[in-house]
Write a protein that binds this ligand. Structure first.
Ligand SMILES: Nc1ncnc2c1ncn2[C@@H]1O[C@H](COP(=O)(O)OP(=O)(O)OP(=O)(O)O)[C@@H](O)[C@H]1O
Ligand SMILES: [Mg+2]
Length: 270
């Protein structure tokens, strides 16, 4: 469970009394003959930012994709273990995969807006899932998503005139976040979301994550130890397919139990 001896100790301690939103237990995953995840266990709580860290190829992206069933349909992939969300097995026959996936927003390393107008980039998800009542409601929803992604003021006059791909890198990434919010997800999965943008845009995305935290759980993969330390409530350290350590951010950064995590955090490998 959580450690309480940190600045935000009260908040973290309060969280530990709540049941997890997602429970991941004994997760094994093979790509063909290669085992990429080995007995991975962790919980994800509501309103928290959990950072996945670890050397390249240790299974961070693979673990992230298990949460929203993004591996469904991948050939030669085998998985075992149990993942529950609000107590329900996400692989139960009665779970509709597209509906499950809609509860998650995905943000990739490289901003990848659709080749359509800014407005349509955001409206699309809500439209295909029928999440708004009428045109006025959809207009308001698009504005709300763009405001929450801290992009509205920069694009409000060019919503239909400019393509998503016309924006700067940092703006494109905020557009992708607005697009991810469009389906009203509970969880945001972010795979190195600031890996290809500059420090100012990175600061903007981190601030944005902070404002989204009260209403979302966020799992972020990052290669920046400073970023993990700045924004995450908890950190999970992956190593050769195993989740070796998970704990409150300051505890992992100052007193990791596993020698591998300590060496990685100290910059001695990876
Ligand atoms: N589609 C795939 N087919 C076969 N092997 C794969 C596939 N995707 C990932 N792998 C392998 O699984 C292991 C874990 O990969 P994964 O992408 O999860 O690592 P990662 O921790 O996200 O790395 P990085 O930090 O470089 O993004 C690696 O050895 C990788 O080569
Ligand atoms: Mg990865």
């Amino acid at each position: 469970m959580f450690d309480t001896d940190r600045t935000a100790g009260t908040q973290v301690a309060a969280r530990s009394n709540r049941p997890p939103m997602m429970e991941i237990r004994g997760l094994d995953l093979w790509y063909g003959a290669k085992q990429a995840l080995i007995g991975v266990d962790f919980d994800l709580y509501g309103s928290e930012i959990l950072a996945f860290i670890g050397p390249s190829g240790c299974g961070k992206t693979t673990a992230l994709k298990c949460l929203n069933r993004m591996h469904d349909g991948t050939r030669d992939l085998r998985m075992s273990g149990r993942i529950t969300m609000h107590g329900q097995d996400i692989h139960a026959p009665e779970v509709d995969p597209p509906l499950h996936r809609r509860r998650f927003g995905w943000v990739a390393q490289k901003p990848n807006p659709f080749p359509m107008s800014i407005w349509h980039n955001v409206a699309y998800g809500a439209q295909i899932h029928g999440l708004t009542r009428d045109r006025a409601d959809l207009e308001a929803h698009v504005e709300d998503c763009l405001r929450r992604a801290h992009l509205w003021d920069e694009v409000k006059d060019i919503l239909h005139k400019a393509q998503g791909t016309d924006l700067s890198g940092g703006q494109q990434q905020r557009l992708c976040i607005a697009r991810a919010l469009s389906t009203k997800p509970e969880v945001l999965l972010m795979d190195e979301p600031t890996g290809s943008i500059d420090p100012i845009a990175t600061a903007g995305i981190e601030e944005l994550m902070d404002t989204l935290r009260p209403d979302h759980s966020i799992v972020i993969v990052t290669h920046s130890m400073m970023q993990a330390r700045r924004i995450a409530d908890r950190v999970a350290y992956f190593h050769l397919g195993r989740l070796l350590e998970i704990g409150a951010t300051e505890q992992v950064f100052t007193a990791a139990r596993s020698p591998e995590a300590r060496r990685f955090i100290a910059g001695q490998f990876g």
